[in-house]
Design a protein around this ligand. Structure first.
Ligand code: DGY
Length: 438
């Protein structure tokens, strides 16, 4: 892609989104991920907001068509059939009016909604308040679900019950907890992903057996949150998920103020307080990282992964913490062609090409750079943003990148990488992140 100029790249990014449009929603990439995915769509909506506000709202509106009555926004909405993905709707066996999966994904939705709303207001769109309000109500219901279903004991930390919920499917962060999950399944496993991309880049078969074991367990609970919580063999109070939820909560507080919703603002402020207090307690000064908590073993999750820095999107850390985090991130970047690796290169678990065990993800960098900017680490934020943009310009809109070579890996023509390009290539000229403080 060396020959492409910035306008060409912009055009190419928009073409990726157009190519993956299936009628108001965007698939992450053709064939490998042929439905609407939750956090992918939130990032994509922010990309659309740069050049097509109506389409940006539409992306979020189509996602909430899949929202459950209890408030959960599922991780996949199966709007239209496809036989190129496993596990499809028949494996999930959920009972929503549209077929969906039964688990969720990082709630970037609130952050995306604020982004789209601000773009709509700046463009003078007369429908901004109405469209934002409907989506705000959906987001608030989903945040209530998060707190009641996934933090029933009031830790101020929300839990994932399946590695797929984290979005970081085979991260080393889950290794110990996943090893306790039996590899037996009642569902026959028919992987399709390894027919689309090199199996060496994907989770291993044994990981899939355990992933599907968990689906079997939760389906047998009728997808009822309290029953799942009671029997879950995998339950991690996750700092990445909680950081993203807290950040989205701050963005919903901003929107409640903009929409004049005082009761909702107060409710969100109390959620925000609980989540940021919970997160702050997960800082480990000796590691210079935040750590998740395995609720089955009661142990800290020690694996050094990108998740450990994600609380920065929500917390205003003190000077000592910020210096420690910056030094640790710089250590991870040493000798890398593109950062930030999803697993520390000094870790035994580091595999630079295998999915979440080392590769660099543009959307992770987007969030981390926002967090660093919000905390005043502008130079490091810019470095991460620029290295992401350069990797995309060199290797294309790939799913992710090998940090040691910059090579593009996984699926190609990936929607969220295109969205990340559109947003991050416009940065780098100052503190432009929309950090909020309720
Ligand atoms: C997959 O199938 O790889 C997904 O990450 C699950 O959402």
């Amino acid at each position: 892609m060396d020959h492409m100029t910035k306008p060409d790249m912009d055009e190419a990014a928009r073409a990726v989104l157009a190519r993956n449009d299936r009628g108001g929603y965007t698939v992450p990439t053709d064939r490998l991920y042929p439905f609407q995915w939750n956090w992918d769509s939130a990032f994509v909506a922010m990309g659309f907001a740069i050049f097509d506000i109506d389409r940006a709202y539409r992306e979020l509106e189509r996602l909430v068509e899949g929202q459950w009555d209890d408030g959960m926004i599922p991780h996949i909405v199966f709007h239209a059939p496809s036989d190129t993905y496993f596990p499809g709707p028949e494996v999930w066996g959920t009972r929503h009016r549209i077929a969906t999966s039964g688990i969720t994904q990082p709630p970037v939705f609130g952050m995306a909604l604020r982004h789209v709303h601000d773009a709509a207001v700046a463009a003078g769109r007369p429908d901004a308040a109405d469209r934002t309000l409907a989506l705000f109500q959906a987001a608030l219901r989903s945040h209530r679900w998060w707190l009641s279903a996934r933090d029933p004991h009031g830790l101020g930390l929300v839990s994932i019950l399946h590695p797929w919920e984290s979005g970081s499917d085979n991260s080393p962060a889950w290794d110990e907890a996943l090893a306790r999950v039996p590899p037996t399944t009642t569902t026959a496993i028919r992987r399709k992903d390894t027919g689309h991309v090199d199996p060496a880049m994907r989770p291993r078969d044994e990981d899939y057996q355990r992933f599907i074991h968990l689906v079997d367990v939760y389906r047998d609970c009728g997808w009822e949150p309290a029953r799942q919580w009671a029997v879950a063999p995998f339950k991690i109070a996750d700092v990445q998920m909680t950081g993203i939820l807290a950040r989205s909560t701050a963005d919903l507080i901003y929107l409640a103020e903009a929409l004049g919703l005082e009761g909702e603002r107060a409710e969100l402020a109390s959620m925000h307080h609980a989540l940021t207090t919970g997160l702050a307690g997960r800082w480990r000064p000796d590691l210079a990282r935040f750590v998740s908590l395995d609720l089955v073993s009661g142990e800290d999750v020690g694996a050094p992964t990108q998740a450990c820095f994600m609380p920065l999107v929500a917390l205003h850390v003190d000077h000592t913490q910020l210096q420690a985090v910056e030094a640790e991130i710089k250590r991870w970047l040493e000798g890398m062609v593109v950062g930030l690796p999803s697993t520390a290169p000094y870790s035994q678990a580091f595999e630079p090409k295998r999915y979440w065990r080392g590769p660099v993800w543009a959307v992770v960098n987007w969030l981390l750079a926002d967090g660093l900017r919000m905390n005043g680490a502008l130079e490091l934020a810019r470095q991460i943003e620029q290295s992401t943009v350069s990797a995309i310009e060199r290797s294309g809109f790939c799913e992710y990148f090998d940090p040691t070579t910059g090579e593009g890996l996984g699926g190609d023509a990936f929607s969220w990488t295109a969205a990340a390009y559109l947003v991050l290539s416009r940065r780098g000229h100052g503190p432009s992140a929309q950090a909020t403080r309720p």
